[in-house]
Design a binder for this molecule. Structure first.
Ligand SMILES: NC(=O)c1ccc[n+]([C@@H]2O[C@H](COP(=O)([O-])OP(=O)(O)OC[C@H]3O[C@@H](n4cnc5c(N)ncnc54)[C@H](O)[C@@H]3O)[C@@H](O)[C@H]2O)c1
Length: 299
């Protein structure tokens, strides 16, 4: 494992992804400051971390670790985490990771602010799923210090992090981000700044193909999903996966790509996807997407 040069990390946004990134960075030995817009969001993110660390300690005890040691480990991780509503707290961080709302203008404004606030050596990173890292790097005024660090949900469990370099990223900033990913217990893969990086570039067009297959009536949704589950060994089929990801999130990514890359034939919006989103059928979270859901289970 490459030694991790990142000692202090800032995470902006302590929501679904941000709280997980805060936790794995602290588990990796870094001091971490989480920055939010409002106290209630900060409390909620830190509360999720407390629950997750308590669960980890319980599991370690079940596996035979002495209770005192397991609790002390969790407390040591928690002691490395602090929260703030003031971005000035990020000034002396070695790395600041953005995990705020998926809106490019809002992200660019944040990176411009971070470029002014942070020490010159600070590496800036975005957890975006769909926007070009280079545009945020340009907004920050320090494109050579800008990388993508794309974690997967749930961050605490998913082993992958995509480490994205633009044509302006300095090799040593990229290497530091990669070493940080490893320190967080992740498998880092190197990606260029292309739409969807590696995972979503493969996954989203695959979901599109499955939805179009269903729309054409080539096969039922159950058979499409069973085919991929039992024929390819995937843990779930593409239509179940779309319901899990959220039809709105999938549509948002595709609409952005179609607008930005109109000549890429793999980027297109299936008819039923747009119709279902317009009808409020967003997948598991609304109880209906391609399937009907009762909580976490298909109805
Ligand atoms: N949800 C996923 O599965 C997933 C996976 C990979 C990447 N991502 C990306 O991660 C990012 C965050 O997604 P999420 O699902 O965690 O969203 P979320 O809505 O759960 O969390 C976003 C948090 O950012 C905070 N925030 C917004 N603007 C802010 C600002 N200017 N300063 C500080 N905090 C601010 C919000 O209060 C909120 O708590 C997005 O770019 C998303 O595309 C999401």
């Amino acid at each position: 494992m490459t030694p991790n040069p990142i000692k202090k990390v800032g995470v902006v946004g302590c929501g679904l992804m941000g709280h997980g990134i805060v936790q794995v960075a602290a588990q990796g030995g870094c001091q971490v400051v989480a920055v939010e817009t409002e106290q209630k969001f900060l409390d909620s993110g830190l509360g999720r971390i407390d629950k997750s660390l308590a669960k980890l300690a319980e599991k370690a005890i079940e596996k035979g670790k002495p209770a005192d040691a397991a609790k002390a480990d969790a407390a040591a991780v928690r002691a490395r985490i602090s929260g703030s509503l003031d971005k000035q707290a990020l000034a002396d961080c070695d790395l600041v990771i953005e995990a705020i709302v998926e809106n490019l203008d809002v992200k660019k404004a944040l990176f411009a602010e971070l470029g002014r606030i942070c020490k010159p050596a600070t590496i800036l990173a975005s957890n975006t799923s769909s926007f070009p890292i280079g545009e945020m790097g340009a907004a920050s005024g320090r494109p050579d210090r800008m990388v993508g660090l794309h974690f997967f949900n749930p961050v605490q469990l998913m082993k992958l992090v995509e480490v994205v370099r633009t044509d302006k990223t300095a090799p040593e900033a990229f290497a530091a981000a990669r070493a940080f990913g490893e320190a967080c217990g992740k498998v880092p893969v190197a990606c260029k700044d292309t739409p969807g990086f590696v995972v979503n570039r493969l996954l989203v067009p695959y979901m599109v193909q499955a939805i179009e297959m269903l729309d054409r009536g080539d096969a039922s949704k159950e058979d499409i999903d069973a085919a991929m589950q039992f024929g390819c060994g995937y843990p779930m089929g593409p239509l179940t996966l779309t319901d899990y990801v959220g039809l709105d999130t999938t549509l948002f990514i595709l609409d952005g790509w179609v607008k930005r890359y109109p000549n890429e034939p793999a980027f297109r919006v299936p008819k039923s996807l747009r119709e279902k989103v317009a009808a409020g059928k967003l997948g598991r979270k609304t109880g209906e997407g391609y399937y009907k859901w009762e909580g976490d289970k298909k109805a």
